[in-house]
Design a protein around this ligand. Structure first.
Ligand SMILES: *Cc1c(COP(=O)(O)O)cnc(C)c1O
Length: 711
């Protein structure tokens, strides 16, 4: 191998080994240029692409001056990014310094090629890490390495969900084994072992525990095989590894966090390990230890329904945690009491959310409305306090701009602003520059994105229908009866029943009148989503939606795509005209896909739930209904279904169809610009992270923030 070839391989390796190469567009572009078709087939994984890159192609690239220049630029871009010492955090959160935030989550959705997520929670955690890297907030993520990740979805000809669980080869992930570190957790009858992997995510780091080691029983080797796949017993062991194993992993690497952030209750056992440390190492009483643990722990709850909170049978808890309880001199009842609203109530199961609420200094929900619901739900934990004084605040979710905003739109903004606006995305002024962009220019950029998306949907939907063996007329119809001028509506998310994917189909005749053959501009709807493998209700909804889309009059107007993932999400939120969100209020804690849409000049049309309840101002999108809740869900569903059709027919479509002499929808664009101005900064992951730093991390680290606002 010549020196040039060697040097090129080394540079590409450096780029690929940082997960930033998955989501920074400049870095992705380098790998795409090597072999676009294979890159697509490998789900845009730089590591996988490099692993299979043959010497001949590498040698050829080493003589391609333009490519070499591109690699040099990308490497310098990454190195400059990593070395930046004037980040937001350097100025405003410098005190965190060498004592990072430990951020625990059961899933991390960083990129389609890193399948360690199932849906919104994971994508949020991924965006949280990315924003911490951009802002320079020192943060170490703690999670699990799933060998099969979440399910891969196919649909049967009748719309039934077919699930596959392809194995992830760790060599295709941007991770490194952490040698010489073994984590173990003592159960009642044996020890659970795990190894550790480390991923660099820009400046941040993600530690992943993996139970697939020879020291474990075959059953325990499979603890981290599937994401949310196992029974109660697997699940409690996953959570034991995540929480207790996670704290031990930090210790093994001599990382001493100043703050422990539990993102959802799955990792709440971490508090028990911290408690144990205080008792055993510092000789505290359990009571003192609890007070100390609480000082450093921050908890985010994501679930507005009581049944959605993780609970375990007391016997199962004791089987797994008795050794820990004994080591600190805690009785079974004391241990179980930490997971019960009423510690003395033996009929209560052990709830991870209760544990997290009891052992954290600060709990927050993920939107203002969700905080209200959570305060009501957990009021019994604050006896004697009125609901509004229950100590659960909120930090509304936000999304990572560089991940979710189409590169062409980023370029458009960059042309009108200073080029590097990372670190200033939470500043409203940053987004005010949308007013400097000509309507025509913004519209042309959007139309190009839509054209690209329609091409992609056509190809993919037809291919999927063909594989299902559907009639050729149906296959042909998947080529989408949409030209440039048509209105494209998107709906994609997990098929949890409360998200009501079937709402649009409630009155089939009304839907046919709206999207079926009509004079005026065509209207199409594209739908995607996975149901949890054990959620029969969600699967039934998926089947119903799929079958409805096979109504002759809706063929080619309503298209259902398989295997929703980060890539499908990214493509859809970049290229549709309207993003639909119609959960049953108040069950959507926040929702984030609509925030991604807003970044791309796509108008959000949603029930006033989650983030939209605090975001909608009458002119920055569309509202379905008036934010009412009915005691009878059936009544609420019917009312919302009618409203949904009404809003699309009477507000969305007329505004979209209203054009000037050049075919530009001026008033539509006015709304798009207003959405950018009023929403993009508020619902960016940078704003979310800054809120966490100010309201949670700095106080927990004993560093109260003072002085000017600093964004
Ligand atoms: C953003 C995202 C979600 C969350 O979508 P909601 O509308 O908030 O439910 C789920 N899955 C993927 C792949 C996403 O990118």
């Amino acid at each position: 191998m010549s020196r040039e070839v060697e040097a090129l391989r080394e540079s590409l390796d450096v780029l690929a080994r940082n997960a930033a190469s998955c989501f920074q567009p400049e870095l992705q572009a380098v790998f795409r240029a090597i072999d676009p078709a294979r890159f697509d087939a490998l789900r845009h994984s730089p590591v996988a692409l490099l692993a299979g890159l043959d010497e001949a192609r590498l040698a050829e690239l080493a003589t391609d001056r333009a490519f070499l220049a591109r690699v040099r630029a990308a490497r310098s871009h990454l190195e400059t990014y990593l070395a930046d010492d004037e980040t937001w955090a350097d100025r405003w959160a410098g005190g965190l310094g060498a004592r990072p935030v430990a951020y625990f989550c059961a899933e991390f959705g960083l990129h389609e090629s890193v399948p360690l997520y199932s849906g919104g929670l994971g994508v949020l955690a991924g965006d949280h890490i990315k924003a911490s890297s951009d802002l320079g907030v020192p943060l170490v993520g703690v999670g699990l390495l799933y060998h099969h990740g979440y399910l891969t979805q196919r649909l049967a000809p009748d719309g039934s969900q077919l699930e596959e669980y392809p194995e992830t080869d760790p060599r295709t992930l941007p991770i490194e084994p952490v040698d010489g570190v073994e984590i173990s957790v003592q159960l009642r009858d044996r020890t659970l072992h795990a190894r550790l992997w480390s991923m660099r995510v820009g400046r941040a780091r993600l530690l992943l525990l993996d139970s697939d080691v020879p020291a474990n029983t075959p059953e325990d080797r499979d603890v981290t095989a599937y994401l949310y796949g196992g029974d109660e017993r697997i699940r409690i062991r996953q959570e034991l590894l995540l929480g207790i194993g996670g704290v031990r992993a930090l210790r093994a690497l001599r990382i001493r966090p100043s703050v422990y952030h539990l993102n959802e209750g799955h990792s709440a056992f971490a508090t028990l390990e911290l408690l144990r440390e205080h008792v055993v190492v510092e000789a505290c009483t359990v009571e003192e230890a609890i007070a100390r643990v609480r000082r450093a722990v921050v908890f985010t709850t994501h679930t507005p329904v009581p049944a959605g909170h993780d609970r375990f049978d007391p016997a199962l808890v004791l089987e797994h945690l008795e050794p820990l309880a004994r080591s600190v001199g805690m009785s079974d009842d004391e241990l179980l009491g930490l997971g019960r609203v009423d510690p003395g109530d033996e009929s209560e199961s052990f709830c991870m959310t209760v544990l997290a609420l009891k052992l954290s200094r600060r709990a927050n929900a993920v939107s203002a409305l969700h905080a209200e619901v959570s305060r009501r739900m957990w009021q019994p934990l604050s006896p004697g306090r009125p609901e509004h004084e229950v100590p659960i605040a909120h930090v509304t979710n936000g999304v990572h701009v560089a991940t979710w905003m189409a590169p062409s739109i980023q370029a458009l903004f960059a042309r009108h602003a200073e080029p590097d606006w990372t670190g200033r995305q939470a500043d409203p002024d940053t987004w005010g520059i949308v007013e400097r962009i000509e309507d025509v220019e913004l519209w042309a950029t959007h139309c190009e994105l839509k054209r690209e998306l329609v091409r992609w949907i056509r190809e993919r939907a037809a291919r999927e229908a063909e594989r299902r063996g559907e009639p050729s007329a149906v296959v042909a119809a998947q080529r989408l009866a949409l030209d440039d001028d048509g209105l494209l509506v998107g709906f994609a998310r997990r098929f949890a029943t409360y998200k009501r994917a079937t709402l649009l189909f409630d009155d089939p005749e009304a839907l046919v009148r709206l999207v079926g053959p009509r004079s005026g501009r065509p209207v199409c709807v594209v739908i995607a989503g996975k149901a949890h493998p054990r959620d029969e209700g969600g699967k039934a909804m998926l089947r119903a939606v799929f079958q409805a889309s096979r109504d002759e009059r809706l063929l080619g107007r309503v298209v259902v795509l398989e295997n929703y993932d980060l890539e499908v999400a990214r493509r859809l939120v970049c290229g549709v005209d309207v993003w639909l969100n119609n959960p049953r209020r108040p069950l959507e804690a926040s929702g984030t896909s609509g925030q991604k849409a807003v970044l791309n000049g796509v108008l959000h049309c949603s029930v006033l739930d989650g983030w939209w309840a605090e975001a909608y101002d009458g002119r920055n999108g569309f509202a379905i209904g008036e934010g009412l809740v009915h005691a009878d869900p059936a009544v609420q569903d019917r009312r919302d279904a009618e409203d949904l059709i009404r809003v699309l027919r009477d507000q969305v479509l007329p505004l979209y169809e209203e054009r000037d002499a050049h075919g530009v929808p001026r008033r539509w664009i006015e709304r798009v610009k207003r959405a950018y101005r009023t929403l993009a900064w508020r619902f960016s992951a940078e704003r979310m992270l800054i809120d966490y730093v100010r309201e949670a991390y700095l106080p927990a680290a004993g560093l109260l923030q003072r002085g000017p606002s600093g964004i």
